[in-house]
Ligand binder design. Structure first.
Ligand code: MOS
Length: 755
């Protein structure tokens, strides 16, 4: 707005402590499964022990005799639940395997649910349920007998004649890379508690998309979505696994209705591996061609991803990797491999984690072959215009990130030859890689209310999945209305609130803050107009453009002021409330209606008029013991540019946590699969390895200032899924530098490094 009042003093950019910090550290924050309800019955799932075949019978006599058992729900007793088509997007069903049999499509498929007076009785009875099966040999993964492969789409990014460019390149590399199966393993388990009040259903479930869950459950129960409410004020980790409706929710709702009392389910850790989604294993074949001077002339990337038998989930990260550098020519292709597995889904930075790992390893291999510093190779191939679409970037600070991180790391002291840096028994390796994440935006509504006391309430059905959303959304309202953060309360995670976007694709801060700005500006305008048009007030007759809104007062440039209370008295209102809808450019016109209906509508990244990405550069040191080959990462430095930083404290946490996650994906995380039975073996967090404090002695996060007025009104790019992207490649590249061994399949383990 050209006639906007002077900006109120900045609230944004402050490292404000989290609004919910005290609640969380004192245990007062109530997560969905913490909600106390009277007359609660407890549910325990029974899951299949085969991965493929048919349930030929299910013996429940012994189980029913366990004292306290109320009911055992099976395929036969739940046929009235409607089947929903699988849609691989936020809010829809996570899988098309929704029935409890008789067809068994993957290991750990829900085949029954026991409900009892106590958790103990339900668990005892669940163990006494005796299914019988007609087992068929399952296909576990890549290379298993019986898998089928198909293209993951019709068109993939392409530019020029990559094969011809490769044929005439001075230097080429060709290599294959692999990433393993991974599970989110949020500390909070998959829980659902359902209560009926007449024909109205309330669901307490940790969710990344309450409107999606509400609408999808209503469809499965064949009821009016207006009568379903989803409540999820706190989420104890989600990482993508809580963005869709899993089969458990409708089942618990159905049981609560049938029994006429509230039912609570807390699925066990191992069940979480199969009743929800995960990151599927991937394979990549990459070719790069370059001129002797380092200019890349060709990039080809064929990706393969595992999915379930019925559903073609894919991440197809070539849509992002082709934007990273000035490749000259590009040819890409992605296929999915159907195996007898549960359907995979979003997991933190879904497309870019495996695909950027592969590309950034290949770029390092090219640098080695060219005898060139890997940072310089990236500088030579930095890009301002997209190779594939010709579109410009909204902003791009990649090389600034490299320069700042390299300086902080001490990269100039690196001796390039593999194995040339050593400290006693420890081989030292230094490596780097690029992190990127598309800037997504979602259609969002928000309601903001200002009281005469100066208190502000912000309401939107967005989600704080541990990222600090309450805080930055509160800061945005405080800044825009010129009140202290302490005067702002924020309501999130309830489908009775105006619809917010799916907490996926790192879009929450950008989208919700943009909607909050709109609602606050409408309030400001009303207030300032009221102040200046008053007949008798201290600001009577002033031009609204001359007034600003600061510390709960309308203030003129000469210092004359009027309090909100007085202005609002004149307006004759107890509160000023505005509802605003933010529709990002490029989303369909009816997006808001779609979000109300439970569909996640996101745009951004490569899809808008401009190429919009947050970027970063990550540097790591690895130390590998010369004899035992133990691998340590004593330090990691990352510099990141993500547009406006709303809160350096929460941003720092996201970026630091991301790099730690990246160390896990390089060295620890992998779900092991029994190749004969297609079952997950290490389905607990004792054997599913993740980094602990001792694995991350030093993580340094640098936030590179970046202003981008084009991405969205808030100027925010999104950080939650950025920093875990480059780390694994940086570590693999450092391992090569330490040892001369190129490990192309993650995770990198001691046995890979024994000579
Ligand atoms: Mo995130 S994996 O986009 O929910």
């Amino acid at each position: 707005m050209s006639t906007a009042a002077p900006e109120p003093k900045a609230n944004m950019g402050r490292p404000a402590p989290r609004l919910d910090a005290r609640l969380k550290v004192t245990g007062e924050a109530r997560y969905p499964s913490d909600m106390p309800f009277g007359n609660l019955a407890h549910a325990v799932l029974v899951t299949s022990t085969i991965a493929r075949g048919r349930l030929t019978g299910i013996e429940t006599g012994v189980a029913r005799a366990v004292p306290g058992v109320l009911e055992i729900f099976t395929a036969e007793s739940t046929t009235s639940l409607k089947h929903l088509d699988y849609v691989p997007g936020g809010g829809g069903p996570s899988t098309s395997v929704q029935e409890l049999g008789p067809q068994i499509a993957h290991d750990g498929q829900i085949i029954a649910m026991v409900v009892a007076e106590t958790l103990e009785a339900a668990r005892e009875a669940a163990h006494a349920v005796r299914p019988s099966y007609a087992r068929e040999n399952p296909s576990a993964t890549f290379g298993s007998d019986g898998v089928t492969e198909e293209p993951a789409g019709k068109e993939f990014p392409k530019a020029g004649d990559a094969e011809a460019a490769l044929a005439s390149a001075d230097v080429t590399i060709e290599a294959e890379y692999g990433t393993p199966t991974q599970h989110h393993n949020a500390i909070e388990l998959f829980t659902t508690t359902c209560l009926w009040d007449g024909d109205r259903l309330t669901i307490h479930e940790p969710s990344q998309f309450v409107y999606g869950l509400k609408n999808a459950v209503a469809k499965r129960l064949d009821m009016d979505p207006a009568k379903v409410r989803v409540v999820s004020p706190f989420v104890g980790g989600a990482f993508g696994a809580k963005a869709q409706m899993t089969p458990r929710t409708a089942l618990v709702a159905f049981a609560a209705k049938a029994l006429g009392r509230p039912v609570k389910l807390v699925a066990s850790r191992d069940q979480g591996f199969t009743i929800a989604t995960y990151r599927a294993e991937t394979r990549h074949r990459i070719k790069l061609g370059a001129r002797r001077d380092g200019k890349i002339v060709a990039y080809t990337h064929e990706g393969r991803e595992v999915t379930s038998r019925p559903d073609a989930y894919k991440v197809a990260g070539v849509a992002d990797t082709v934007r990273l550098y000035d490749f000259g020519t590009v040819a890409t292709k992605v296929s999915v491999v159907h195996a007898d597995r549960n359907t995979p889904g979003f997991m933190r930075s879904p497309p870019v984690v495996p695909y950027v790992y592969a590309l950034e390893s290949a770029v390092d291999e090219l640098a080695v072959k060219l005898g060139m510093d890997p940072v310089e190779l990236r500088r030579i191939n930095d890009v301002t215009k997209d190779t594939v679409s010709g579109k410009a970037w909204s902003s791009r600070s990649l090389m600034t990130c490299y320069d700042e991180a390299a300086a902080a790391f001490g990269w100039s002291k690196r001796s390039p030859a593999p194995g040339s840096m050593r400290d006693g028994d420890w081989l030292i390796g230094w490596g780097c890689a690029t992190a990127c994440y598309p800037t997504h935006l979602g259609a969002t509504a928000a309601r903001v209310r200002l009281l005469p006391s100066g208190e502000v309430r912000v309401q939107v059905a967005a989600h704080d999945i541990g990222t600090g959303a309450y805080t930055v959304i509160g800061q945005q309202a405080a800044e825009r209305l010129g009140v202290p953060l302490a005067a702002v309360s924020v309501d999130l995670g309830d489908s009775e609130l105006p619809p917010g976007p799916v907490a996926g694709g790192s879009n929450t801060t950008a989208s919700v803050c943009s909607a909050v700005i709109m609602a606050c500006d409408a309030i400001r305008e009303k207030l300032l107009r009221a102040a200046s048009t008053a007949n008798d007030g201290p600001l009577a007759g002033r031009a609204p453009g001359e007034l600003s809104f600061t510390d709960g007062r309308a203030v003129a440039s000469d210092g004359a002021a009027e309090s909100v209370t007085d202005v609002m008295k004149r307006l004759g209102t107890a509160a000023l409330e505005e509802y605003a809808e933010y529709l990002p450019p490029g989303v369909p016109r009816d997006s808001m209606r779609q979000v109300y209906g439970g569909k996640a509508v996101l745009t951004g990244g490569p899809h808008g008029d401009k190429i919009m990405y947050a970027l970063g550069a990550e540097f790591v040191e690895v130390r590998i013991h010369a004899r035992t080959r133990e691998v340590r990462v004593p330090r990691a430095v990352g510099a990141f540019a993500g547009g406006r930083i709303m809160n350096p404290r929460t941003a720092h946490s996201q970026l630091m946590g991301g790099m730690i996650w990246g160390i896990g994906s390089a060295l620890h995380e992998a779900t092991e699969i029994d190749p004969r039975e297609a079952r997950y073996i290490n389905d607990d967090i004792a054997e599913y390895l993740i980094p602990v404090n001792a694995d991350v002695p030093s993580i340094e996060v640098i936030m590179v200032p970046e202003e981008d007025a084009e991405v969205n009104p808030a100027g925010v790019k999104g950080l939650g899924e950025l920093a875990n992207v480059g780390t694994a490649a940086a570590i693999a590249n450092a391992v090569y530098h330490a040892t001369g061994k190129r490990i192309r399949d993650l995770p990198i383990r001691i046995e890979d490094l024994l000579a």
